[in-house]
Design a protein. Sequence first.
Length: 197
Amino acid sequence: MTRSVQVEPARLSLVLPGTWANIPLDDAASSEAAVSSLVKRQVGRNDRLATLRRDAKQRLEEVARDARESNAVMLALSLELLPGVPFPASLMADYREWPVVVGETQPTIASALKVLLPHGELLEFESGLATRTFVRTTIRPGTAAIPDIKLEYFLSAPGGERALHLVADVPIDCDPEIIAALFDAIVDSIRWFPTSD
């Protein structure tokens, strides 16, 4: 599935494998309505699943609120990676100003990326240089502790005035290198196109 996000002066397009839901970020009401509809569709309405529905709704509303507070331009939630293979994940994108690089009057993209994500691994993608980190962590929706893999990316946006920032959360217990390889491929699919007036 290809997602496009229009941000002046260019449109960002990326390929998301499998089935993903796009959550609107214009305001809290539209985000909450989309999350509620998604949870009902994915979990069902059976009374025995009320706790699961509540926890999922609470967690996804928190993700959407964090995205809005970060001035995100995109929030996508994965429903399945392949037919019949559930794959819970979120991917959020926002833009950040480039940092000041001490000691450099004309900093390179690589040195600016290093300032944005000091412990990041520098990667070469089709869309240019990027930096990425990933960590294993734990999220606690309700009372349960769920293993989570968090990935963070920075790469240059067209015009070089801002950096594109992507954050992926994958609540799954598996080898983080596998998840990093998957999201590296997603980030590597990013293409930029001029917007039409």
